[in-house]
Design a protein around this ligand. Structure first.
Ligand SMILES: Cc1cc2nc3c(=O)[nH]c(=O)nc-3n(C[C@H](O)[C@H](O)[C@H](O)COP(=O)(O)OP(=O)(O)OC[C@H]3O[C@@H](n4cnc5c(N)ncnc54)[C@H](O)[C@@H]3O)c2cc1C
Length: 444
């Protein structure tokens, strides 16, 4: 078949590789000047480095993403150390292990700053949450994650220590506005995957920049498999004829014919592309319910070490905003001969994103100084700020089931992208699982 893929993010690149592996003739159309979508590195000549647009972490259950890395030959660049850190204001550090004794301590409610009877209440509430994730109460999509926490009796201290951060990390949004069904579904998926893959739930990270991990290796694979890549080729709409896909029309009017098309653009770019698809109004309505969440990432090059004890540390007490610090020396084996590189991520950064570069840098340095005594005298050599107002999408209560399937009513046309229906939310794994499903649809 002659196949067209619209969008060169993870969903589009994985679709292209997997269709080409089956012997089909594939052309990938990307609107921007380069591939990678939301997973890219941005070179910084001032410090001769290539930091990412934002730290991307992996879950051990990311089956399709790891399969994609196998296809492009970079799986060896992902590491699952089995632990992360929690950092208190003033500098106290506590390591969180995902399995073994460390995991047991968490299950028993032994979280930072959770004391006395609250430990017991936390253990009981956590057990209830996991039970309800598997056998979900009928109204879980009608309440927020915060209301769910209250219902199962999770103490405020446990929320502050871990659970608010987990919800922001998983759903992209604050517990007070995110549907409780989103984290519940993810807990269920995580547990199912852990059993199926016989791997305890764990968080990992790439040991190289995102261009090396995803983009350069995909480009090499495209050359090997004969995939044609056209950048600066924005698609205006998908062309449909008599219930069958005919190809696409580019913004400049060029028409390209094809036997099948996979549309793998972001949720906020899909409007207009599918006007000729009979169910386009339903898809566009669904799209409106997936609201964009901002992430601000700051790549800080400092004149000294700040004394992190783990590769990634969550800052205690984010008050509904997840704040994390990443040690690129540890993660990438980076030599700190001229500068020390730490990156910070603030998810659900509705307020921070409005700041100027200087304000954001000052604010992040103030945070580091509060949590890391060794950062008090640190000087910023270079600061690189990545504001992404459209980073991930959030699902508010009442939106369960709105994400469209990959299959459309048009023969030869499938949808892909992290926003289409998968076992995951807005993640790299969601993007790759959607690609696998879209490829299956067009092959069928
Ligand atoms: C800062 C940040 C941190 C994140 N952290 C994590 C994390 O820790 N773990 C995790 O799993 N996920 C994380 N994510 C989410 C993850 O990056 C995304 O879910 C995933 O990359 C989405 O891939 P995609 O292919 O669906 O979309 P995209 O990567 O957005 O790709 C869509 C592509 O379509 C192109 N396009 C759009 N319109 C057109 C058109 N008309 N014609 C042609 N091309 C078009 C775009 O230019 C883009 O390249 C994070 C995201 C951000 C931004």
């Amino acid at each position: 078949m002659k196949c067209l893929i619209i969008g060169g993010g993870l969903a589009g690149m994985a679709s292209a590789v997997w269709l080409a592996e089956k012997g089909h003739q594939v052309t990938l159309l990307e609107k921007r000047g380069s591939l990678g979508g939301r997973t890219i590195a941005i070179p910084q000549t001032a410090v001769d480095d290539i930091p990412d647009n934002g730290q991307h972490v992996f879950a051990s259950g990311y089956e399709y993403l790891l399969r994609f890395l196998d296809s492009i030959g970079t799986r060896q660049h992902v590491c699952f150390p089995g632990h992360m850190g929690v950092r208190m204001p003033g500098g106290e550090f506590r390591q969180t292990a995902f399995w073994g004794l460390g995991g047991l301590r968490i299950a028993l409610g032994d979280l930072p700053c959770v004391h006395g009877l609250d430990k017991l209440r936390t253990a009981r509430a956590q057990a209830r949450m996991f039970a309800q994730a598997i056998r979900q109460p009928a109204d879980l999509d009608q309440i927020t994650a915060e209301e769910w926490f209250n219902r199962v009796g999770l103490p405020e201290a446990a929320r502050k220590a871990m659970w608010d951060g987990i919800v922001v990390g998983l759903t992209g949004d604050k517990p007070a506005i995110s549907s409780a069904k989103v984290p519940a579904d993810l807990f269920a998926t995580g547990m199912r995957q852990a059993v199926r893959m016989r791997t305890p739930v764990s968080i990992g990270y790439p040991t190289v920049d995102l261009d090396t991990l995803f983009v350069r290796s995909s480009e090499r694979t495209f050359v090997r498999l004969g995939v044609q890549v056209r950048t600066r080729a924005p698609v205006r709409h998908v062309d449909v004829d008599n219930g069958k896909v005919r190809g696409v029309t580019l913004l400049d009017g060029e028409q390209i014919e094809a036997d099948c098309v996979i549309c793998a653009v972001q949720v906020w770019r899909v409007r207009g592309l599918l006007d000729q698809v009979p169910e386009h109004a339903t898809i566009y309505r669904a799209v409106e319910q997936l609201t964009a969440v901002p992430i601000v990432s700051v790549n800080l090059y400092l004149d000294r070490d700040i004394g992190m004890q783990d590769w990634g540390e969550v800052l205690y007490g984010g008050e509904g905003v997840l704040e994390q610090v990443w040690d690129r020396q540890r993660m990438h084996g980076r030599k700190a001969d001229k500068t020390w590189f730490f990156s910070t991520t603030v998810s659900a950064a509705y307020e921070l994103i409005k700041g100027t570069n200087q304000e954001i840098t000052d604010r992040q340095m103030a945070v580091l100084r509060r949590y890391y005594p060794a950062a008090r005298e640190a000087k910023v050599i270079h600061s690189h700020i990545v504001r992404m107002p459209h980073s991930t999408f959030a699902q508010r209560p009442g939106t369960a089931g709105v994400r469209p399937l990959q299959r459309t009513s048009v023969k030869g046309l499938a949808l892909a992208g992290d926003w289409t229906r998968t076992d995951w939310t807005t993640t790299m794994e969601g993007a790759c699982q959607s690609a696998a499903r879209a490829v299956a649809v067009v092959l069928a």
